[in-house]
Design a protein around this ligand. Structure first.
Ligand code: GLP
Length: 260
């Protein structure tokens, strides 16, 4: 894992956006894996800014989102479909047919999940997966004890995750219990992964992910087995890393030929 400790969330988001731009320049048909939540908001704003300045073009690109709540109509303000339209897609030129988000109203969920996996495969696989991390170490909605080989499927949320995400709803009761999420095995097949984590509330999960044992109790710890993971942190999220001085040392001495 490459650990990039930035002075703040905005500079970390800027670096992550530069990486997206550089991918799209070298591969205009890139397939992006996208995440929701508070964490990627500044990244998406920066991507929109780059698009408005004609520095980035999505006309041939496509995307697959990690997850969606079951039972929320696409137009529900807290659905991830609404989140993505509002915070990214309505501002950029990715063709609507190239945007993929699991359908929270799918009648036959297992078939829908299988079809989602097939679409990722048919698109050629994900080039760059953007991830956040839950306070319990989840990625996507793969809660602790998820199979590290899991594929896209239904999951039941922990009460901690429901409570963390309740701020996007009017009340805790409104937060769905069930979701569709890409599996950990699905995420691990992405060619490159950028995980962003900001704030003190993520420090424990980040330290467990980077320096702890690989365990399904901390689903993000499996990323230690992926060859191309970049972790963009602000100072508070990096606070519990015991080797953070080493990570800074490595980053400061990164050879100039070593590209993103
Ligand atoms: C949700 C999403 C995750 C996200 C996590 C953290 O559970 N399914 O993809 O990483 O929340 O959210 P936030 O960025 O708001 O802290």
């Amino acid at each position: 894992m490459e650990i990039i400790i930035c002075p703040d969330a905005d500079s970390a988001s800027l670096s992550a956006a530069d990486q997206v731009a550089s991918l799209l320049h070298s591969k205009p048909t890139a397939v992006l894996g996208l995440a929701t939540g508070g964490t990627p908001l500044a990244l998406y704003s920066e991507i929109i800014r780059k698009y408005q300045k004609h520095q980035i073009n999505f006309s041939q690109a496509s995307s697959f989102n990690l997850d969606e709540y079951i039972g929320l109509a696409p137009g529900h303000p807290a659905s991830y479909q609404s989140f993505m339209q509002e915070n990214l897609f309505r501002h950029i030129n990715m063709p609507a047919e190239s945007v993929h988000i699991p359908d929270g109203l799918a009648v036959d969920v297992p078939s829908h999940c299988l079809a989602y996996e097939n679409s990722i495969r048919e698109a050629g696989g994900i080039d760059l997966q953007i991830l956040g991390i839950g306070t319990d170490g989840h990625i996507g909605f793969n809660e602790p004890t998820s199979s590290l080989a899991s594929r896209t499927r239904i999951k039941t949320l922990t009460e901690r995750t429901r409570s963390d995400n309740a701020r996007f709803f009017h009340s805790m009761e409104e937060v769905p219990h069930h979701v569709i999420t890409m599996g950990i095995g699905t995420i691990m097949e992405s060619r490159a992964i950028s995980l962003l984590a900001f704030g003190e509330s993520k420090a424990r999960a980040v330290a467990d992910m980077v320096e702890g044992p690989i365990t399904s109790s901390v689903p993000a710890s499996i990323l230690q087995m992926h060859p191309t993971v970049r972790v963009f942190l602000d100072e508070p999220a990096a606070a519990l890393l015991s080797r953070r001085d080493y990570y800074r040392h490595v980053f400061a001495r990164k050879p100039s030929w070593q590209k993103w």
